[in-house]
Design a protein around this ligand. Sequence first.
Ligand code: ATP
Ligand code: MN
Length: 482
Amino acid sequence: MEQIRRSKVAAILKEAEVGKEVNVKGWVRTRRGNKFVNFIALNDGSSIHNLQIVADVPKFDEGLIKRITTGAAISVNGVISESSGKGQKVEIQATSIDVLGDCNADEYPLQPKKHSLEFLREIAHLRFRTNTFGAITRVRHSMIFAVHNFFSQKGFYNIHTPIITSSDAEGAGEMFRVTTLDMNKPPKTEEGDVDYSQDFFGKGTHLTVSGQLEGELAALAMSEIYTFGPTFRAENSNTTRHLAEFWMIEPEMAFYDLDDNMDLAEEFTKYMINYALENCMEDLEFLSNRLQEEEKGKKAEDRSMELIEKLRFVVENDYIRLTYTEAIEILMNSKPHKKGKFQYPVNGFGSDLQAEHERFLVEKHFKKPVILTDYPMSIKAFYMKQSDDGKTVRAMDVLFPQIGEIIGGSQREESYDKLLERMKALDLPEKEMYWYLDTRRFGSVPHSGFGLGFERLMLFVTGMTNIRDVIPFPRSPKNAEF
Ligand code: ATP
Ligand code: MN
């Protein structure tokens, strides 16, 4: 076969240069036709749309044609031509075809029909080859790019914070241990505990749950930084919104108070959504149709807003800002509360808000994204700035429709004395965390930051409903197959 430089399917469809001779390589989605002419739908991952290859059957070897099955990899030389078929402007009139990789049709699990998302999770090594996961993969790529774009344009520096950490500030119960000790016969201390001083790092270590504490160290020199890395939580929450391994975006800013922090969170999420609208429209249209198809059986009032309309709605409207105390009041006066419909009852100030409460506020009460502030000190982390009322901290959670909490953040406590007092009250290892406390001894300033779960944002942007479908290789309890 003659060597011609390979073109991507997306470029051929976009440029539509009729008469040009091209080479394309990709995977066959379908082949149909008769003994005179065959139509091959070819996809190479560059577009939600397939490229139609037209093969005049008599010109090709019969054995070759038979090998062009769903899933096979082929290389095609041909001429771009105007297409008379519906759904595409151009197609390729094939002059030569090579089969690069055969695909045994009897064993190939992906048939040219609709498969359930559950089934596709079981064959996650192949699900990139479906329209849905192709679209999600391209959108995810664009969103990653947008994160770096946004912060870089604003003068934030990207910091790589450690993945292996010895600080367990957020509570050791939900961390994964990292060790090279022999699990069958670990060295013991005199008291009979495992002796981690003999472990690889000379102390106990875990996978990080957040890059925040290290991020703060950088912010208190570089002014504005962000981390975007994997985080790990061993909590046994088998929900559609929790992963054991997920990616978190954590900006940390010196000289920002809580209002500045909320402004940034709102600007950032709107930028991200708008970026998807401007750069991923074909994939979003596909995902929107997919969602509407999925929801056909539902009653009108249970259907979600059309995906693209929903994204535009969030970009165009101000988020509602209110305090936790005000939210509790709304919840206590709500119908589901009075009728005992909440699974977790709301018991006034101090109640931790569950996803059902967050979603009530966002989806039923305000019908807009909501930023809740000033949570009770007792239910939030030690590093949050204490308010003068002695019972709340300057926390903020951003709540999104369909998702609930998408961002958790706060102004940080900048006073050394108050921070130390809180760490003592919570029995945190202040000696081991001297490095964190040092920032409050050497030029401490007001500062703020937040964490946005990247996959939660992906759920919102793609309209997918299970977090395991917006990350290529999900990690969740009892599931680390691929
Ligand atoms: P939730 O209450 O929803 O479990 P959290 O309060 O434990 O979340 P934070 O510690 O505030 O979460 O983490 C910051 C952000 O990271 C959250 O707002 C959310 O977007 C995301 N996130 C937290 N836990 C997970 C998880 N297990 N899987 C995916 N994303 C998560
Ligand atoms: Mn949170």
